[in-house]
Design a protein around this ligand. Structure first.
Ligand SMILES: CC(C)(COP(=O)(O)OP(=O)(O)OC[C@H]1O[C@@H](n2cnc3c(N)ncnc32)[C@H](O)[C@@H]1OP(=O)(O)O)[C@@H](O)C(=O)NCCC(=O)NCCS
Length: 115
């Protein structure tokens, strides 16, 4: 994980972990997550942090695919991902179990060759 800073102040974190699509090492994608403190939301920092993280991961690893998933209802994160260069792929139905419910997740990706 990395800390998101604005003007030297910590305002949140980004993190990532592997997602495997096959046995070969080239089939490993990285899955991103982000959370900002409430006072820092809605100012473009979430978009900027995820764009910077994507650039960092493409320049320091060999992965071809970055991905992220968020609740259907989380419009802010969906917009932030789009602004960070991620493309919406679809909905992974009831893929995340949280607080006693299986939740639909919207899946986004950014590929090494994407602009
Ligand atoms: C999701 C999150 C990272 C987005 O970062 P952010 O800095 O707040 O978002 P931005 O300021 O970059 O805004 C991105 C877009 O979402 C929109 N947006 C922001 N808050 C919104 C809200 N509550 N409802 C709808 N749209 C919203 C912005 O207007 C902007 O849209 P635009 O491109 O059309 O102008 C941040 O809000 C957060 O940490 N939320 C709590 C944790 C979380 O949900 N993490 C993701 C879990 S998968």
């Amino acid at each position: 994980m990395l800390v998101v800073e604005v003007g030297g102040e910590p305002v949140g974190q980004v993190h990532w972990f592997p997602a495997y699509y096959g046995p070969q090492s080239a089939s490993k994608a990285l899955r991103l997550g982000v959370a900002l403190v409430p006072e820092a939301r809605g100012r473009g920092y979430g978009s900027a942090a995820q764009r910077l993280l994507a650039e960092y991961l493409f320049s320091t690893t060999t992965v071809n695919r970055l991905e992220a998933g968020t609740d259907l209802e989380n419009i802010a994160e969906q917009r932030a991902l789009e602004r960070a260069g991620f493309e919406r792929e679809g909905v992974a139905r009831q893929s995340q179990y949280r607080d006693g419910l299986y939740r639909d997740m919207v899946i986004f990706s950014r590929l090494r060759d994407d602009k």
